[in-house]
Design a protein around this ligand. Structure first.
Ligand SMILES: [Zn+2]
Length: 292
């Protein structure tokens, strides 16, 4: 009978409560389930801090005719889940962005380094998975700085991206984040992997959320209880999205899906003798250049 509570109105409260439970079961800092003045949205509403922009078709390679998809994975690194995920992504040449929790890097520095070595973009997800709007300005800064310090101690060079746990952000917190030179990144598609579901169900939720010619940012987790199922959903998400004409990319420095390098304007080249046009590949090799 739980479904009767899942109205649009109270979805944010449920999201926060469920995430808090998940986080506490993982030993992360438990957050209050009190949704008062939370700006987090329910799963059905886009909450990207950079709202999806229509992608100009002519700027994208033909293989990306439907738009871009940025996969993001939160709450890791996890010794048991993250390496398998990295393998799946590398095998399929899929860029992705990992928002890591500082205390988890402390427990699994080698796994964090594996993510970095494999060329993925790494962002800051606070030190204890804290609900930032409940902290003072100095508390917010402490969370972010200590995570950055933890990364540096383990020779990890993070991007300037950060994701507030639970998508919980306010004007004040945003100012604190920006003050440290960081860019908050939310999402447009919540896989709801934390709430359960088989790999097939999780893949369906993501695929249903894809919007043509928009910048899709997918939220998944490599550090919650149901993460093995979420990771197992990735091959289908990738295969089906590519079939529909979407390309995968990482989150760029401005907080939205980065244009593939081959799609950025190049200086004009001197004329060459006519050669047959190359056959478009599903994923240009330049997509593998993941650094911001
Ligand atoms: Zn999280």
């Amino acid at each position: 009978m739980q479904h009767r509570f899942l109205t649009r109105r109270n979805a944010p409260a449920l999201l926060i409560a469920a995430l808090a439970l998940t986080a506490s079961s993982l030993g992360l800092h438990p957050a209050s389930a009190d949704p008062v003045e939370r700006t987090v949205s329910g799963a059905s509403e886009p909450v990207a801090s950079v709202l999806p922009q229509p992608v100009r078709r002519h700027k994208l390679p033909r293989a990306c005719r439907s738009g871009l998809v940025a996969l993001t994975f939160d709450d890791g690194p996890s010794k048991s889940v993250t390496p398998g995920l990295v393998k799946i992504l590398l095998k399929r040449k899929v860029p992705a962005t990992f928002f890591m929790v500082g205390s988890r890097i402390h427990s699994a520095p080698q796994t964090a380094r594996l993510v970095q070595r494999s060329g993925f973009t790494i962002g800051n997800h606070t030190y204890t998975h804290a609900q930032l709007t409940r902290l003072s300005d100095s508390g917010v800064r402490r969370q972010l700085r200590s995570t950055r310090r933890e990364m540096r101690e383990h020779k990890i060079t993070p991007s300037d991206l950060m994701r507030p746990p639970y998508g919980d952000i306010s004007k004040r917190v945003r100012r604190d984040i920006r003050g440290l030179g960081l860019v908050p990144v939310l999402w447009t598609i919540d896989s709801r992997d934390w709430a359960g579901g088989t790999p097939g169900q999780i893949a369906d939720r993501v695929l249903r959320g894809l919007r043509r010619h928009q910048s899709n940012i997918v939220l998944q987790h490599d550090g919650v209880n149901n993460s093995p199922n979420s990771v197992a959903a990735v091959p289908r998400i990738v295969k089906e999205a590519r079939k529909r004409g979407f390309c995968f990319t990482h989150i760029g420095p401005r907080g939205g899906p980065a244009l593939p390098q081959s799609a950025t304007p190049k200086p004009p080249e001197p004329p060459k003798p006519a050669t047959p046009a190359p056959t478009p590949t599903p994923l240009p090799i330049s997509f593998l250049s993941l650094k911001n």
